[in-house]
Design a protein around this ligand. Structure first.
Ligand code: 6PG
Length: 198
């Protein structure tokens, strides 16, 4: 898992530098969970931290749990503590606010066009962002980039805001980090589904 996160950190840095060189800014959407957390901690420390011009970074979220922003399970809090408070100011950050509903985020992402990098984890049930198996967001209208959603099994707690498939596919690059035996079956199933469509 540690080596995976280091590889992801190198890729994040490479992607950020290329975007800043090409377009003067780097837009990225982050998620939550333990694997993403480790990636953020790595990015906030030597040698990666000084390799990114954080003042040119625009931060978005790929999904959020509908809890207050300082709640221990908020993805916003995770990114703030593991990354933002350590790298200093980024140019702008755009937390998902469940109380506003999905439309303002949808508008903002629509205006932005492409996001340079989306980082995603995967749960043992195969969910990514907050796209849970059997949940309504999987059938969102193709024009929707962001929706509200929840896990119909109740295993993953809280109401959520999440990017849809269409939202994720707006990214120039999706960086997916998956580690651990508990996720092997879901990962293999996703891989076979992907192979079948290619
Ligand atoms: C969230 C997520 C989710 C997460 C995966 C992996 O629940 O907020 O964004 O998609 O990234 O469940 O989480 P772990 O790395 O903790 O297994």
């Amino acid at each position: 898992a540690e080596e995976l996160c280091r590889a992801a950190a190198r890729e994040f840095v490479r992607s950020a530098r290329a975007a800043i060189r090409a377009r003067g800014q780097f837009t990225t959407a982050l998620s939550g969970g333990s694997t993403p957390k480790r990636l953020f901690q790595l990015l906030a420390a030597a040698p990666y931290r000084s390799q990114v011009d954080w003042s040119r970074v625009h931060l978005f979220w790929g999904d959020e749990r509908c809890v207050p922003p300082d709640h221990p399970d908020a993805n916003y809090r995770l990114v703030r503590e593991a990354l933002l408070e350590r790298v200093g100011a980024v140019n702008a950050n755009f937390p998902m606010r469940c109380e506003e509903g999905a439309d303002p985020y949808q508008l903002r992402l629509g205006e932005l066009g492409k996001v340079d990098l989306i980082h995603l984890g995967m749960g043992p049930d195969g969910h990514t962002a907050s796209l849970f198996p059997g949940s309504p967001a999987l059938h969102a209208d193709p024009g929707r980039l962001v929706v509200m959603n929840e896990d119909p099994t109740g295993r993953n707690p809280y109401h959520r805001m999440t990017l849809t498939y269409a939202g994720i596919s707006r990214a120039r690059l999706a960086l997916v980090t998956v580690a651990g035996e508990a996720k092997r079956e879901a990962f293999d199933a996703a891989q076979s589904a992907l192979d079948a469509t290619n």
